[in-house]
Design a protein around this ligand. Structure first.
Ligand SMILES: [Zn+2]
Length: 612
């Protein structure tokens, strides 16, 4: 489960553990995910899968996280790998620095070293371009162009803008000639291209926007032409996908703005680099750019780690665009709260933020719901006065409005749609129902067809559920909880594993109890179950030890009632077996009598008020 790595020498193993001990996992995760206290643990909406109720748990005592929805789990290193995409050595260095631990030199693996070299190339290229823009005569025109467009010095620094000179080999001379990297390596990060037997700089005579990953490593570049330069490659060119840069999983400005996004708990998605920069300049800093019109799945995943509230700034001209809609639908289906800021008059956020910061701020604040957007968009494309137009609009919107889970909100949009179509609300409701029936029929047919592949979900029976719940209560409730369960006999537990854990728990006689060392002391095969039970969210009860004790008493009582009932069933079966015989031997008669006596005793144990 934890990916502690093949190349940790003994010395390093100690440090890995030391750094882990010194790292507060709640603080580390809390900087990236909004955590809420849940008893001894912390809880959050899982940053790794789409969900509406939190099942992601963090335990400060165990130093681990676990999601009960998607199963992602691990320690601080695993978390950094999953969340920030750090490789192990990188996570180790990062956490060592945080914890103030001096790392002993260790042998890095070759793949990591190779990637480090590639990162080094990008970093030097970034410095090269940046220097030329702000401090060299060759970048003067570009700098004038940027300042002329209203881009300020602070923004140029913040986003690390640069300039690529108008030469075939400006960067090559620097990186290969002076820094001794190879052309092949430059090719691996996409900084050079091959054409007509020659290798030359990809970016020439362009303003450079470095593309950074969330941690701030430069992983690629975008280049914009200067005005008056009519190049056939287009206004913007980008690094190709490389080992370090994947366009569909990158959001421009996320590194620079991620703390603003977290603070505002909202992100505004714009299209281009300059949109993001201009917005940042006027104080609307919770911005990222997708560098394309549609959000991809990878970008939605990335964004969801920082906020669930997303405002898409869309040009009204592309509002009906299929790709745009796909992006919206994708974001909507992955439980992000999507709003739309519709920009009219062909102006982009860059222009609006520059000319009228207040308007830009207002457009974002007053962004409309995704359903209003769909409504406006459909109404603008079809003629609602004709029968055919009405049909088209309703065909487009009915499936969308059907998905609204809140009944009041749904009624609101049904009415709005009815007004647009100039029909009664009932007509729209009828259409919704008809569509739903058709969908249900289709789904049924799909299920019947694939029924052989359908796996029945394993539903835990009541007793199994109760036993697991009891274990959670005991582990999280500590010493007091165990006192509340003194009358409980662990051997009555049906689950072997739970029984062994509870027996070990009860055998500890010391006054203090600490879950971390306790779980660590368990045999390996029991640890995972104990961890899981310890991390299970008990809701409000979790932070109230009186309530935990009461719950334990209730669960213990229900479990023993269950046991009595099982015993009773067993007895009645045996009694029936004997009674079915036509003639009984003396031994059998004696047995029958004993069974009946026991039956009566057990029946007395089953208190009627506790019967369900
Ligand atoms: Zn999850």
């Amino acid at each position: 489960m934890f990916w502690l790595v093949c190349y940790n020498a003994d010395l390093m193993g100690d440090q890995v553990e030391e750094i882990k001990q010194k790292t507060d996992i709640v603080a580390l995760v809390g900087e990236r995910v909004k955590l809420l206290r849940a008893g001894r643990n912390f809880r959050a909406l899982c940053p790794f899968h789409s969900e509406r109720t939190p099942s992601f748990m963090v335990s400060p005592e165990l130093g681990i996280f676990k999601c009960f929805g998607c199963g992602k789990a691990g320690d601080v290193y695993t978390f950094l790998k999953e969340f920030d995409g750090m490789e192990f050595p990188e996570a180790l260095a990062y956490l060592a620095k945080r914890a103030g631990v001096q790392l002993a030199p260790f042998k890095k693996d070759r793949d990591f070293e190779r990637k480090e070299r590639l990162r080094g190339i990008n970093s030097l290229a970034f410095q090269f371009y940046h220097y030329l823009l702000i401090s060299h005569a060759v970048g003067k025109t570009a700098l004038q162009y940027l300042t002329g467009r209203g881009i300020r010095k602070t923004a140029i620094e913040m986003f690390g803008l640069g300039f690529a000179p108008d030469r075939w080999d400006g960067l090559i001379r620097f990186l290969v000639g002076k820094k001794h990297y190879t052309l092949e390596e430059l090719g691996q990060v996409g900084l050079v291209v091959r054409g007509r037997g020659k290798i030359y700089d990809r970016f020439r005579n362009r303003v450079i926007f470095p593309l950074r990953d969330v941690r701030g490593n430069v992983i690629g570049f975008a280049g914009r032409v200067l005005p008056g330069d009519e190049r056939e490659e287009g206004k913007y060119i980008n690094s190709p996908d490389t080992e370090l840069y994947h366009k569909s999983e990158h959001l421009y400005g996320l590194h620079e703005n991620r703390s603003a996004i977290k603070k505002k708990d909202s992100a505004v998605v714009v299209e281009g680099e300059l949109d993001a920069i201009s917005s940042w300049q006027v104080g609307l800093k919770q911005v990222v750019a997708v560098k394309g019109t549609a959000l991809t799945e990878g970008q939605v995943e990335l964004l969801r780690r920082y906020t669930r509230n997303v405002v898409l700034a869309l040009d009204a001209d592309v509002a009906g665009d299929a790709a745009t809609k796909r992006g919206i639908a994708l974001a909507d289906s992955s439980s992000l709260n999507i709003k739309i800021a519709l920009l009219s008059g062909g102006k982009d956020p860059d222009a609006i933020a520059q000319s009228n910061p207040k308007l830009w701020q207002a457009l974002v604040t007053k962004s409309t719901s995704i359903y209003d957007y769909y409504l406006t968009s459909a109404a603008s494309r079809f003629d609602a006065t004709t029968g055919l137009g009405k049909k088209r609009i309703s065909e487009e919107l009915v499936p969308v409005f059907l998905k609204i889970t809140n009944a009041v909100e749904q009624a609101h949009y049904i009415r709005k749609l009815a007004r647009v179509l100039d029909v009664s609300d009932e007509a729209v409701v009828d259409e919704l129902k008809r569509y739903e029936r058709r969908e249900a029929l289709g789904a049924e047919r799909r299920i019947t067809r694939s029924s052989s592949e359908v796996v029945e979900p394993q539903v835990g029976d009541r007793r199994g559920v109760l036993e697991e719940y009891l274990l959670s209560l005991l582990l999280q409730g500590g010493k007091r909880a165990m006192k509340a369960a003194t009358d409980f006999v662990p051997s009555s537990l049906r689950s072997q594993a739970i029984r062994r854990i509870v027996e070990t728990l009860f055998s500890k006689t010391s006054e203090s109890f600490s879950a971390g060392p306790f779980i660590a002391s368990l045999p390996a095969e029991l640890r995972e179950l104990a961890q899981q039970r310890y991390l299970t969210d008990l809701g409000e009860i979790g932070s109230d030890s009186d309530a935990v004790c009461q719950e334990i008493e209730r669960v213990v009582a229900e479990l023993s009632q269950m046991r009595w009932r099982e015993r009773l069933n067993m007895l009645s079966l045996r009694i029936r077996d004997i009674e079915q015989k036509s003639k009984l031997t003396t031994v059998e008669e004696g047995r029958l009598e004993r069974l009946k006596r026991e039956f009566a005793e057990v029946s007395g144990q089953l208190s009627p008020e506790k019967e369900k």
